[in-house]
Ligand binder design. Structure first.
Ligand SMILES: Cc1cc2nc3c(=O)[nH]c(=O)nc-3n(C[C@H](O)[C@H](O)[C@H](O)COP(=O)(O)O)c2cc1C
Length: 308
């Protein structure tokens, strides 16, 4: 959609764009004061905080909504409207799936006691308790295992690491589609990778059969209005986008610029300022940085994955 159409979409109160802009402008400029091109620029500026940000050459409501993403960690207690989970699962199932194997499933958890037990596994993250629903996305090779057993068919390829990749990728693609669908409905989300701190306990809690691995959780609910979450900047695309062959993945200057941008963001959000480079290196320093996930290979074996 060219910018002129985008302007019309705003004028007509296009719900997605209104939602995207509504959550975009860090200073809460009234919507009526924001033109479409201002909106596109504002989103890209928020995402990169750099003069070298890309220009909004191509822009439409979908791109606006994707660029307005932010993780939400404070929720209203309101339950999800009837049918929401089904809509999000349809969005998830609309993602591409490797060989259309559809090797993922999801468990929707709303029981506060069960959420509390899952929150404990995930290092007591309070947003799991607050959010009315936690979706747990699963890499699911059990369905094909059962199908093979029912047909007395060989299923040896399920035992290879490649097939686990397939299932984890399927689950991640489905989840991200669900995230975008949720955000388009005004809901907030945050992934919970910390469920992998103890996959066997999660499996027990959710009654998972063998060959099913909890990839991550996803908190789901309406954002608490009193907590304004900004758009977290990202690394310069110069480090991410390579043409034809891999170029520069790391360079000191763009990383220093990004450290500064992240610290500005943290200061605005009133959270402790830590440069990205320091945080990222701490996260990969050693097995102790993995919060128990250094034993994930053992957990996979215990859950029935052979990993050849
Ligand atoms: C697979 C995955 C696991 C994550 N796990 C957690 C988590 O356990 N707790 C949390 O608060 N955020 C978690 N996050 C959210 C990231 O911290 C967040 O996406 C990142 O800081 C970028 O911020 P943004 O999503 O607001 O742009 C996770 C994100 C992903 C993709």
């Amino acid at each position: 959609m060219p910018l002129s159409s985008l302007t019309r979409a705003f004028q007509n109160g296009h719900p997605t764009m209104t939602a995207a802009l509504d959550v975009t402008d860090a200073r809460h400029t009234a919507l009526s004061e924001v033109s479409a091109s201002d909106g596109a620029h504002a989103l890209l500026q928020a995402r990169y905080r750099s003069e070298s940000r890309p220009e909004p050459e191509h822009w439409n409501a979908v791109i606006g909504q994707i660029l307005a993403h932010r993780s939400v960690r404070s929720y209203k207690p309101d339950p999800l409207p009837e049918g929401t989970i089904e809509t999000l699962v349809a969005a998830g199932q609309s993602a591409a799936s490797s060989s259309n194997l559809q090797t993922w499933s999801v468990v929707a958890v709303s029981d506060p006691a069960r959420k509390a037990r899952l929150a404990e596994i995930a290092g007591n993250q309070k947003h799991i308790l607050q959010a009315p629903t936690l979706l747990v996305f699963l890499a699911d090779l059990n369905r094909l295992s059962e199908l093979g057993a029912a047909r007395a068919h060989a299923i040896d390829a399920l035992d290879y690491l490649e097939t686990l990749f397939v299932a984890i990728i399927d689950a991640a693609l489905a989840a991200q589609n669900a995230v975008l669908a949720a955000e388009s409905l005004g809901l907030g989300t945050v992934y919970i990778g910390a469920l992998r701190n103890d996959p066997e306990r999660v499996a027990k809690e959710l009654g998972l059969p063998p060959k099913v691995f909890p990839v991550f959780g996803l908190c789901l609910g309406y954002p608490a209005p009193e907590v304004v979450t900004g758009i977290k900047p990202r690394l310069s695309p110069a480090l991410i986008l390579h043409r034809e062959q891999y170029g520069t993945g790391y360079a000191p200057e763009p990383v220093a610029a990004y450290d500064a941008a992240i610290q500005d963001f943290q200061s605005e959000q009133r959270i402790p300022q830590v440069p990205w480079s320091r945080q990222a290196l701490a996260r990969v320093a050693g097995p102790q940085s993995l919060s128990g996930r250094d034993r994930i290979r053992d957990a996979l074996a215990a859950l029935g994955f052979a990993l050849r």
